[in-house]
Design a protein around this ligand. Structure first.
Ligand SMILES: C[C@@H](O)[C@H](N)C(=O)O
Ligand SMILES: C[C@@H](O)[C@H](N)C(=O)O
Lengths: 158, 158
């Protein structure tokens, strides 16, 4: 099952910015993304998950740390127009990703990784997956330990 | 810029389940994932974004519609142990994804898609991205229109 893992990637140069409580209606994400594109901000990840309050949602972006201030400024400048509540950022993040063709649908692999992080006292700040990748966002201080755990869970050479 | 788009994928067979307000401390995601793995549930996407209340977070899963009931049952069975507040599901989803090698970092592409959905009155329920993929979760009724919009935005043949 684990033969299909091809590696571990670590990215310590990202920051996270979230625009909170935007109206959950058509066109809002477009206006936000357009403002970021017009300010030439390169977006690494976009994440909008389930929001408990009907009618509202949060959109989280990861951007290169050099774009953090511009991203906050851009989102702050449109916040009131959009009727959003706030813009919150977290510069203390690192992305640690397991990469492999066979990851899709493997609940056991994610359980192994998340449990190992838990046993090591590493808190998972964000999670994102795709067919080829399992990404955990942890605090920058935990990046190296998290990466070692990912390597050793799959018999990988460092 | 758009030459690197290779296609549009539509998945109408998924459902969304979120476990709300779990403690945001090491080991929690592992216990949740382990319960799902032990129940042989194939997870399509895992998403944990930024949570405004310090100390809490929500984890959203997309699973095949045939696994929806078992997923809800599994998460309900561990909810109290974990001190989570609730398990919420939404069976009315479809994933519409733009796929292409050149997507990474292209804010303009995401802005085009999100604005086109907005203009068509299509609400975006969830968003997930990776280097190769931009995924929008919309209601099942909007899937075909959303897919047509993605195709036509990039000069694709249907
Ligand atoms: C929140 C935002 O994504 C909104 N639902 C939209 O479609 O634009
Ligand atoms: C919420 C959950 O992901 C928790 N932060 C953990 O690390 O397990």
């Amino acid at each position: 099952i684990y033969r299909s893992i091809s590696g571990v990637a670590v990215d310590k140069d990202q920051s996270c910015v979230t625009i909170m409580n935007v109206p959950d209606k058509p066109g809002i994400a477009g206006r936000i993304m357009q403002a970021l594109a017009e300010n030439n901000i390169v977006i690494d990840m976009i994440m909008q998950a389930f929001h408990p309050t009907a009618g509202h949602n949060n959109i989280t972006f990861t951007v290169h740390v050099s774009d953090l201030d511009q991203t906050i400024k851009t989102l702050e400048s449109i916040k009131d127009d959009l009727d959003a509540s706030s813009v919150i950022s977290d510069p203390d993040i690192a992305k640690v990703s397991l990469i492999g063709a066979g990851l899709a649908g493997q609940s056991g692999i994610a359980a192994t990784i998340f449990n190992s992080f838990g046993a090591a006292g590493i808190n998972i700040k964000m999670i994102a997956t795709s067919e080829m990748k399992l990404t955990c966002v942890v605090s920058a201080a935990d990046a190296d330990r998290a990466s070692k755990i990912m390597h050793s869970s799959f018999g990988e050479e460092e």
